[in-house]
Design a binder for this molecule. Sequence first.
Ligand code: ADP
Ligand code: MG
Length: 440
Amino acid sequence: MNNPTWTSQWQDAINQLQNQLPSQKFDAWIHPLEARKVDDGIFIACASNFFINGLKADCGTIFEACVHDVFGQDIKIHYEVSTPKVKKVDQTTDKKSPASKVDGNIDPRFTFKNFIVGSSNEFAFAACQAVAEKPGESYNPLYLHGGVGLGKTHLIHAISNQLSQKDNIKIAYRTGERFTNELIKAIGSRSTDQFREHYRKVDVLIIDDVQFIAGKTSTQEEFFHTFNALHEIHKQIILVSDRNPHDMSHLEERLRSRFNWGLVADIQPPNLETRLAILASKAELAGITLDKDVSYLLASRITNNVRELEGALTRLTAFSHLTKKSIDMDMAKNVLREQLHVVVRSITIDDIQKKIADYYGIAPKEMKSNKRSRNIAFPRQVAMYMSKELTQSSLPEIGSSFGGRDHTTVLYAHRKIDAQRQEDRAFDDEISHLLNTLHG
Ligand code: ADP
Ligand code: MG
């Protein structure tokens, strides 16, 4: 049993965590935790191993630091999987906690709130929201498809996270692979009846990466019957695939036609604006700030896969934490050399001079001339600034490419443009835009 002092200490730890973590992280990982005192330490109850791993990966260090801070360094922290008990004393009903109603591994971080909507995914997003509002009523089945890393799994976990707040809804979430493996096991142990029963009792069945079952005859057969049984009694079915039903080769025709019964929605790769918004949101979740140029660099180079974009951000964040340096263009180019190598190599001072001359309507040769009138000197300074930002050239090298100027002239130009960017928002936007067009 937890005594009052202990409970208030635990509350202290929670309060510390609330102050130190971004609210989304706190809500996702800390809020659902249950803690119990044991002889040598503290037991943390989590809904699943999946949750434990996520908690540790996402904010394990801060979590343990706060617990040790409050309870002392010697205390041991044990994680255990158990259905969280009824929360807080004031809850008199035996309402089940959200996590207990979902059978399957759902990531609590994937919510509608955390999903950035743009033209590439607004239809899929709206469809998923409609299904989460009225499961079994609006679109059944909902079939979501699109390329790798575009947010399909995020959206269906969001449905599940939202539905799990409602009472009396049983959700089963499976990947096509796991569904198939379970079935094979059931066949092996002659327990297919139980297998069937289990799925037919749920209110919402979600199968992620359903393409996995195509070509597997017995799985398709079983799924077909489960599908019909659930659909007949208006239970919601949600299917996700990397391709649309027509392109699922080896899919039995009768199953394909059923997939088309409800709503088929696709997700396309996000445009630049959406990629920038996703990046900003992920950075905020991670509790870091990204400056505009670095965001542009990432979002303009990593275009087809949000997971890769996130991966780049994670790498930068880790590097910045390890070296205790803030993230800037130099670091980004360095750390993400492999992901971005095309950029780093492809932009030359010559490209920059041409582009900037063109933008300001002067002849490229003026970049190297002696003229010092403002309409020429200013674009030249911008081009020097960009050369330092976008190439690996040293200051003397840049100077010599601008008609044999001294490296201090380049340094001066860089500082001047930098200062002007800080002061003038419109100019800052203009430079970001130019940097971006040079990248692309
Ligand atoms: P898929 O299942 O389509 O392969 P995921 O749903 O696993 O892709 O998405 C990969 C990563 O990208 C996840 O971390 C997810 O949160 C993120 N992601 C994708 N699209 C968006 C979006 N529009 N807004 C926020 N995060 C997104
Ligand atoms: Mg997925």
